[in-house]
Design a protein around this ligand. Structure first.
Ligand SMILES: C[S@@+](CC[C@H](N)C(=O)[O-])C[C@H]1O[C@@H](n2cnc3c(N)ncnc32)[C@H](O)[C@@H]1O
Length: 395
């Protein structure tokens, strides 16, 4: 295939992608549709990994034009899929790419439906400036440049090699936004202020610098996440007193967490077999994995993670551990129900049960009924209204 053939096929696939994203209700405005049809995603993801369907351990398979053929490579580039470009903050050996498992994606070109959805949620106008955190491959940066012009876009990436690749791809496609390498959790360099702030990496709470560096009346679109799961996509309006408020738009989207906020490697200390106090509970560990109750549990235990372990007597217990303070809750099946053994400085399962009681009393609302308030001294997720029940986000 000549370069011209690749361009022609890619243009057609982009058009089809735009049609699919429009039909699915993600792509709403002609301006963003125009950007999706124009920006060549294959320049930003010339080789990548995709999750394979094989059962068992999550495995990713490499995709390059040489491995799968140019047509199939382009087809996958213009699928509504996340294209992984880095694992465990290490460079991929593209000289001999092998399937990868037991690894943790650390950079990617995000799912196009999620990218355009967030861009639509950002409600940009032609004269707006945008700061983006998490340049990644540069694909979303290119969409922003196409929509607003290079001089209105600033993008920040923590990984120098990832940033260098993004810069090269952007230049190849004729885009020259301001790009910075650095930890976006500390904000953009200098006294930059943008009308809109968007983050394509997950954060445990909104970095105060993002509020300071967004014009009053401006919007921040980002995903909040914890160490157990994503909390979801929020859109906050920045006030002129250094605070920001808004609601969850959805709890589905999940982004890789900011590198500086990764959970500690150790899950925490296993509690002594006779530690803590035991009581019955009507809630088993399944609530942690369920969409809405899992959201509530994540809010209640921001530092906890869990795993299951088979005991010598054949019972499988679930250990919920807070690695930051050694609080624990161990859930064990007991007849029709469960027992929980808790100990340490916080009673994790008591807190989850109290939060679930409040949630049930409010008719078990979806995460979109929750909102977020960000102030310089504290950040809270609230239920219903800002003065409803609330939970602090980790600082
Ligand atoms: C999901 S990818 C971004 C996808 C990108 N917007 C695209 O369209 O290709 C998330 C990126 O955030 C970057 N990142 C992680 N922590 C960061 C931080 N503290 N500051 C800036 N970038 C960060 C990662 O290195 C990764 O490249």
């Amino acid at each position: 295939m000549t370069e011209a053939d690749v361009d022609a096929v890619a243009a057609e696939l982009r058009q089809r992608l735009a049609e699919r994203l429009t039909a699915a209700g993600w792509l709403l405005s002609p301006a963003w549709r125009d950007a999706v049809e124009a920006v060549p995603r294959h320049e930003f993801a010339p080789r990548f990994y995709v999750e394979s369907d094989a059962p068992g351990l999550t495995t990713w398979a490499p995709v390059t034009p040489e491995l799968v053929g140019v047509h199939e490579w382009l087809r996958q580039v213009y699928d509504d899929e996340t294209l992984i470009t880095q694992f465990d903050s290490r460079e991929i050996d593209w000289a001999d790419p092998q399937p990868i498992s037991n690894a943790h994606p650390t950079s990617s070109s995000t799912l196009p439906s999620l990218v355009v959805r967030m861009l639509e949620d950002l409600q940009v106008e032609d004269d707006h400036t945008v700061t983006e955190y998490g340049t990644g491959t540069g694909y979303s940066t290119a969409l922003l440049c196409h929509r607003l012009g290079d001089e209105r876009v600033l993008s920040i990436e923590t990984d120098a090699r990832v940033a260098a690749r993004a810069r090269a791809a952007l230049v190849r496609c004729g885009y020259r936004p301001r790009l910075y390498i650095g930890d976006g959790l500390t904000g953009a360099p200098g006294s930059t202020r943008a009308h809109r702030t968007i983050a394509t990496m997950g954060v445990r709470s909104i970095p105060p610098a993002w509020v300071e560096q967004t014009h009053p009346g401006g919007l921040i679109v980002a995903t909040l996440r914890g160490w157990m799961r994503s909390l979801g996509l929020v859109r906050l309006t920045v006030e002129d007193n250094g605070t920001a408020h808004g609601r969850f738009l959805s709890s589905d989207p999940s982004f890789m967490i900011a590198r500086q906020q990764e959970a500690p490697e150790s899950l925490g200390m296993l509690p002594a077999p006779d530690g803590g106090n035991t009581r019955r509970t009507s809630y088993g560990p399944e609530l942690l994995a369920m969409p809405d109750s899992g959201f509530v549990a994540q809010l209640t235990m921001p530092n906890a993670r869990y795993f299951s372990m088979l005991a010598d007597d054949g019972t499988v217990s679930t250990y919920v551990l807070d690695a930051t303070n050694d609080a624990f809750a161990v859930l064990t099946p007991n007849g029709e129900g469960w027992t929980v053994r808790q100990g340490g400085p916080a009673l994790l399962w008591d807190d989850v049960e109290q939060a679930l009681a409040l949630w049930h009393a409010a008719d078990s609302p979806a995460p979109s009924e929750f909102g977020v308030s960000v102030a310089p001294d504290a950040q809270r997720v609230w239920l219903g209204t800002p003065d409803g029940p609330s939970w602090r986000l980790p600082a």
